[in-house]
Design a protein around this ligand. Structure first.
Ligand code: SF4
Length: 278
């Protein structure tokens, strides 16, 4: 094996070890089992007879057609702010948002953070609003909390790009304060439409604020988490926000319990091998 290959194998092994360490720290004692894929034996290709000689003729050239006029549809979105709008339904919502100024959060944002992921995902995560990293990159959950969310998603047996991630408000509240009622009122209709367009089977509300907004509740997240609710007829599971889990790693065990309920609701298998530690 070449040195380059050995180095690549070492890197993959290191990544895997870090991922397993995170799961162990989180109290995970079981991992999803991928469904085995049956592979068919390769069918031998039939012997080819010699190809007949081809006659080469020039193709007729069509007369150029006039181009349709371009219709101006409002301010163009930047490529960063167009992330997560990969279906006609989502594109229409993104187009309706345009260079949105419907609430005062518009004044402080760098990028409008629409959402990211599979346009028809069965699983959708909803957070509160973009932070500093998200505001710069135009994608939700890309900071340290986002990295933890990605690990949670992977621990459930998905890749990040197989789920859909969005926030209640699409612009960063200054100083990462909670969004205010008038800001939620202005922005939540777009989240509602995103949920309709994606059509997830399950929504996971990340943290107190997202859970309170979606459920119109003031019950503490410590009591909401782990209990099924509904939002627009879709099953909703509240759990802790990844940023909170970074500050309180002991709570990762409870978050994993919540995510296992989500996996069961989605028909995802969890391999036996013990439960969470006491
Ligand atoms: S938070 Fe929502 S409603 Fe407010 S400006 Fe941004 S996109 Fe518009």
């Amino acid at each position: 094996m070449s040195d380059e290959r050995k180095e690549a194998v070492r890197q993959v092994a290191g990544e895997l070890a870090r991922h397993l360490a995170w799961l162990r720290d989180a109290g995970v004692r079981e991992v999803p089992v991928p469904v085995p894929v049956m592979r068919r034996a390769p069918v031998p290709a039939p012997a080819l007879s010699p190809a007949p000689a081809l006659e080469v003729r020039p193709l007729p050239v069509a007369a150029p057609r006039p181009l349709a006029p371009i219709v101006e549809q409002g301010p163009a979105a930047t490529s960063a702010s167009q992330k997560g709008s990969g279906s006609p339904g989502l594109l229409a919502i993104r187009a309706d948002l345009g260079d949105c100024r419907r609430c005062k959060l518009a004044g402080g944002r760098t990028t409008l953070v629409f959402g990211v992921g599979a346009p028809r995902a069965e699983l959708m995560f909803v957070g509160e609003g973009p932070g500093a990293d998200e505001d710069l990159q135009g994608e939700p959950f890309v900071g340290k909390g986002g990295q933890l969310l990605t690990k949670m998603i992977e621990a459930m047996g998905y890749r990040r790009e197989q789920v859909y991630i969005a926030n209640v408000v699409k612009c960063r509240p200054p100083g990462n304060r909670d969004p205010e009622p008038d800001e939620i009122e202005a922005c939540e209709p777009f989240l509602r439409r995103q949920i309709e367009a994606v059509g997830p089977k399950v929504i996971v509300a990340l943290g107190k604020f997202a859970a309170h907004t979606l459920l119109r509740s003031t019950i503490p997240i410590t009591r909401l988490r782990g209990q099924w609710s509904e939002y627009q007829g879709v099953k909703l599971m509240p759990t802790f926000h990844p940023a909170y889990l970074l500050r309180s790693p002991a709570e990762k065990v409870k978050a994993w319990e919540d995510l296992k309920l989500v996996m069961a609701a989605l028909g995802r298998q969890v391999a036996p091998g013990g439960g969470r530690p006491g």
